[in-house]
Design a protein around this ligand. Structure first.
Ligand SMILES: Cc1ncc(COP(=O)(O)O)c(C=O)c1O
Length: 390
């Protein structure tokens, strides 16, 4: 959700004209953003990255996840969640979502196996996962929790910010997200050891600039370092975020309240006061009704976005896990005991929910009368599709 103004232009211009675009300028823009974002999220360490995917990969590498490990991922997320698991040499195991569109804690419980090291709850489309239940089930199975907050920037759950509920978490700042610098991301954690490892994954040469640390054994990795241009833009974007999220939440609550007696079933929210409010979703009784409803209100069928459902993850299905066969986690001997079979109907319950769920997007620049028009449209569509309502 690109919202920029003169402040971003000025901040970027200042960096460019100073000539200091490399992030290891002491007290530079990236460092300032990382400090501020750590406070905002409520964690001790933040490292900016080039993307949400590299942030997720750094989080998993930071936690030492690798070959021989399974990581549970939800059936509804962008493929990058599963990609990050394979990128560290581990195997993604796909599990169902529930009527909240987020990962089902019972499905985590059912899927936990002897190789399962971690679960990645994804705060999808601005919603938040059921973190209490997820953390309880993860504790039971001694699993790590790694939040994918790429679509939950600025959101929370029961009074705490998303990203603060897990051993490590990842954010994306790409064009579609609640804050953006075009492309970018951040990995967050409160564990100093995980933080150092994540930093090494982002930039294994960082010690040339920031000094060698006693007791830290670095490893090699690809670079995914952010630049000061991104840092400068993110510092302004962070100022915009709280007011924007408040507006989105207000819009969502207004739409939900005004359509409460239409017979429409909104998806279950785990924390309506704290989620981002970026979308409003309703699950219709049948696929046909969902399609008709979508035609009338606009918006999208959640199962038909073309990229957020596991059935669209081509390389996972083809088990093409690396550029070279010898590096492919799907064929590594260490992963022989992991579950590596994927079928299109493996999460049929998720497909059923997603194909019956219609999503409309909110926008912070929408005027009150535009929200009122949306409400009228939703009510009219509900009457036509469900035959009830006011
Ligand atoms: C849920 C989720 N996870 C991970 C990512 C990856 O983020 P990026 O595109 O910044 O690599 C995205 C991006 O859209 C996402 O939506």
């Amino acid at each position: 959700m690109l919202r920029v103004g003169q402040k971003e232009v000025d901040a970027i211009a200042k960096v460019l004209l100073s000539g200091k675009v490399f992030r290891y300028n002491i007290g530079g823009e990236c460092a300032r953003f990382e400090k501020r974002y750590a406070k905002f999220v409520g964690v001790k360490h933040v490292w900016m990255t080039s993307s949400g995917t590299t942030a997720l990969t750094a989080a998993l590498a930071g936690l030492g996840i690798g070959p021989g490990d399974e990581v549970l991922v939800p059936a509804c997320t962008y493929m990058a969640t599963a990609v990050s698991v394979v990128a560290v040499g581990a195997i993604p195991v796909i599990v169902d979502i529930d009527d909240s569109i987020t990962i089902d804690p019972d499905a985590i419980d059912d899927a936990a196996g002897p190789r399962t090291r971690a679960v990645i709850p994804v705060h999808m489309w601005g919603m938040c996962c059921d973190m209490d239940a997820i953390r309880a089930v993860a504790r039971k199975h001694e699993m790590l929790v790694v939040e994918d907050c790429c679509q939950g920037v600025g959101g929370g759950y029961k009074g705490r910010m998303l990203g603060s509920f897990s051993a490590a978490a990842a954010f994306s700042f790409n064009y579609y997200k609640n804050m953006t610098c075009g492309e970018g991301g951040a990995v967050v954690t409160s564990d100093p050891n995980v933080s150092e490892r994540a930093r090494c994954m982002i930039d294994c040469c960082n010690f040339y600039w920031t000094g060698r640390k006693e007791g830290v054994v670095p490893f090699l990795s690809n670079g995914s370092r952010a630049s000061e241009v991104e840092g400068a833009m993110m510092n302004v974007q962070l100022e915009r975020l709280p007011a924007m999220i408040r507006t989105l939440r207000r819009q969502k609550k207004r739409i939900l309240a005004a359509t409460a007696r239409t017979g429409l079933q909104p998806i279950r929210s785990h924390s309506l006061d704290w989620e981002c409010g970026t979308t409003v979703m309703w699950t219709l009784p049948t696929v046909e009704q969902a399609e008709k409803f979508r035609e009338l209100v606009g918006g999208t069928i959640c199962g038909k976005t073309g990229r957020h459902v596991y059935t669209e993850w081509d390389q996972i299905f083809a088990r093409q896990g690396a550029h070279h066969p010898a590096l492919n986690p799907f064929t590594l001997p260490q992963n022989r005991g992991c579950r590596r079979k994927y079928t299109k109907d493996m999460c049929a319950r998720s497909l059923d929910i997603l194909n019956r769920t219609v999503m409309i997007g909110n926008h912070p620049d929408r005027k009150a009368r535009e929200v009122a028009a949306t409400i009228r449209k939703v009510k009219g569509a509900a009457r036509e599709v469900l035959g009830v309502g006011c």
